[in-house]
Design a protein around this ligand. Structure first.
Ligand code: MN
Length: 396
């Protein structure tokens, strides 16, 4: 029996318990666990200085055994009524606290792991040629993003400026992007890193990865189309990437593992699946409060374990706090795409908004929220922490 008396269908019930960093009124940032619409101050109830820190990194570096131990301890504190009196004063209502970036982002890599997204974008960016490049089904394609501009949910996003060039124009022009887009993604947070020269196998995913979060990889499509040849995305992506303030630990996702789609041709041995390594997460994209898409993460071609194995197969080290994101999550059906460029077919078919008006790409003042759920260990569904951002006008 959970003594915080949560409704049985609460998406942040006792089988969820995501981690974040918060400041209580007048207090310094510290690690907390969300339960319902409250935050439990872990430094206070567990009397461990590793939680009296402004980032999850020191705790994540302690490793899988410690993560499981702490989760069990917190669960006991929140279910055994003998602890109620001691713990209640360390539960803060969410509206009273400030939420921070939950971990110090070490490196940031973004993949391109949805076959449907890659196919849709290939058609838009390279009309007339094969939508998937010849390497796509042999390796999870990715690029190194900018760790220093990963921001927490709620941070305003200033419309970036840059070069763009339409195909019929003789020269590029400079100015605010006219095709500001989103990418609904799932991020994996590395808890324990790996040494230089030591690849991480797909079987080691569970020991290395602490948890997942929703990611919005804001994208300036006109800047991207002009700059990406031949080295990939650069300034079209690096101005901001938003993540949820809550990291859902893998321990909360035991019921969410699923078999990924069939892969043909079979990937090379170092990318072989070990058991069910797909994740059945259901995402939603909200534009100014209206749901405009429902991307299914279970449809992703490459899994988080394969991305990690590929990212380190050359001997590259990984570190506590590394974030790698899946790439835009797009399903096979209409209404399942994780970006506006797909939902509007390159801007050719504007979306009609429920409150009136239409959108191709984002306008100043627009607010995007990504939300998600997963099957919970208790048989219901758990919520992924939301990530939201509002567009501010470009600098003048
Ligand atoms: Mn992306």
């Amino acid at each position: 029996m959970t003594w915080p008396d949560l409704p049985p269908d609460d998406r942040f019930g006792i089988d969820n318990l995501p981690y974040g960093v918060f400041s209580p009124p007048g207090g310094a940032p510290r690690v907390g666990v969300r339960v319902g619409d409250r935050v439990l101050d872990l430094a206070a109830v567990l009397d461990d200085p590793v939680f009296a820190r402004p980032a999850l990194n020191p705790f994540m570096a302690q490793g899988r055994g410690r993560w499981t131990q702490v989760r069990a301890h917190v669960t006991e504190l929140l279910t055994d009524r003998r602890h109620q009196a001691a713990v209640t004063s360390h539960l803060h209502p969410l509206p009273d606290v400030r939420l921070h970036l939950p971990f110090e982002v070490a490196d940031y890599v973004d993949f391109y792991a949805s076959e449907h997204h890659a196919t849709n974008l290939g058609r838009l960016f390279r009309p007339g040629s094969e939508p998937l490049t010849p390497n796509w089904k042999h390796l999870p394609i990715g690029y190194h993003g900018r760790a220093g501009t990963v921001v927490v949910s709620g941070t305003h996003i200033t419309r970036p400026r840059g070069q763009r060039k339409s195909s019929d124009a003789p020269a590029p022009v400079f100015g605010p992007t006219q095709r500001l887009d989103i990418e609904a993604e799932v991020g994996f947070v590395i808890g324990t890193g790996s040494a230089l020269g030591e690849p991480v196998s797909t079987a080691d995913f569970h020991d290395r990865v602490f948890g997942v979060c929703l990611v919005n990889d804001w994208s300036a499509r006109d800047v991207q189309a002009w700059e990406y040849v031949p080295l990939g995305p650069f300034l079209a992506k690096s101005f901001a990437t938003s993540i949820s303030p809550w990291i859902t630990p893998l321990d909360a996702l035991d019921a969410a593992w699923t078999t990924p789609p069939a892969r043909v041709p079979e990937p090379l041995p170092y990318l072989a699946d070990v058991g069910k390594q797909g994740l059945d997460l259901s995402l939603k994209v909200h534009l100014n409060g209206a749901v405009i898409s429902k991307p299914p993460f279970a449809s992703m071609y490459w899994t988080g374990a394969q991305m990690l194995a590929h990212m380190t197969i050359n001997g590259a080290a990984s570190r506590t706090g590394d974030l790698y994101a899946s790439g835009t999550v797009s399903g096979p059906n209409a209404g399942e795409c994780g970006s506006l460029i797909e939902l509007t077919q390159g801007g050719a078919h504007p979306l009609a908004l429920p409150g009136g008006g239409v959108r191709t790409f984002l306008e100043d003042g627009d607010e995007i929220t990504l939300s998600g759920t997963a099957p919970g260990n208790g048989g219901g569904r758990i919520g992924l922490g939301e990530v939201t951002g509002r567009i501010r006008p470009a600098l003048t």
